[in-house]
Each structure stands twice: as C-alpha cells, then as structure tokens.
Unconditional design. Sequence first.
Lengths: 114, 112
Amino acid sequence: ETGVTQTPRHLVMGMTNKKSLKCEQHLGHNAMYWYKQSAKKPLELMFVYNFKEQTENNSVPSRFSPECPNSSHLFLHLHTLQPEDSALYLCASSQEVGSSYEQYFGPGTRLTVT
Amino acid sequence: GQNIDQPTEMTATEGAIVQINCTYQTSGFNGLFWYQQHAGEAPTFLSYNVLDGLEEKGRFSSFLSRSKGYSYLLLKELQMKDSASYLCAVRDRASGTYKYIFGTGTRLKVLA
C-alpha cells in the first residue's frame, strides 16, 4: 500500500465508449501525475498537476482528458480511444513537483481497448 | 533530444553484488531517480541523486556523474526478492516545466 489508490483496476472498453479512471491519494501531497506504461516501452509521462494546476501536457492526444478537482483526486476521462491506447495507466503523487520529492505510484488501471 | 539507456536484462546470484548502469542525455538535468518495479506491481522509490557522488541506503547505493551523464544502482547481498525491474528516471527542466523521463527498465533475475 503506497497511499495512492486507483479504480478500476481493470477496464475493457470499445472504441466508441466513454469511461473515466480515478486516482486518489491519502498522503497530503500537492502534485499528481498520470503515466502510461506499455509493454517493452518506457513509462511515459502524460499529465502533471501541481497544486491543482496542470503544469505539463506531454503532447497527449485530446481523447485523453485529465481533471483535478482537488489535490487528493485525479481523473482521466477517456473517449473514442484506439486499440494502441491499451496499456497500464499509472497515477502517482509527490509532495510537490521538483526538489528531492519522490513519486508514490498507485497500482494502475489495466486498460484494454477493443 | 532526451534519451535514457539502461541494459534490458541482467542475471546475478543470491548474495552477490550487481551494478545496473544508466546513461542519459537531457538539456536541463534536474535530478535522477531509481525505482524498483516487481512484475504486476507499481514502481516504488529507491534513491535520488542530484549532485555528483554516491548515495547509500542500506543494501542499495546510487551514484551520479553529471558531467558524464551517467548513473548506476548498486545492489549488495542480493536476495531473491530483489528480482524485479529497475527503472532509471531523469527529471528535466529545460522547458521551464518539470518533465520526468524514464528508461525502459532493467529486468534483474536473482538466481539461487
């Protein structure tokens, strides 16, 4: 248990569906992140929020839409995804962005797009 | 561009010492992290280096040379539970915002 929870743990969706991934951290952190992890590829940073403000969008397609209503919750809204979007989506948090603050990762959501 | 290289796989024997290397190219280096990831689990933090030199934490140590764009993770007294992937990650601030760039990870197998 890292103090970061993600739901659902597994998700299968069709290309025309709309779904959302949820992340919650219980660590009192101020920064939250979304990553994509595909087989045999490096972890890819997608979005960064620092004190609820989005500070980084790493050229992510608009079919992925993040939302950070408060410092403890982070959502990733998904619509009209492609099969190549199938991957493990990891949420992470840290005290702040920068300095020596390490990231704490959630268990991930395994997404399959059919 | 930004790039991180680390070996894909390594094998070592229980009780031995193993060194996992990482080389990187970034324009705005702002710190280097090592994470451990067991199969099917989330990455967990191992170490952080921002200045040159060695950081020691129990059985694990991490070294950084910024001039060479090089780091290594040293694992001593290997145990079977150390079988995992080890991820090298660099934080870059060239564009004014923080980016975290990960390597593909080194899968370490510890044999009895």
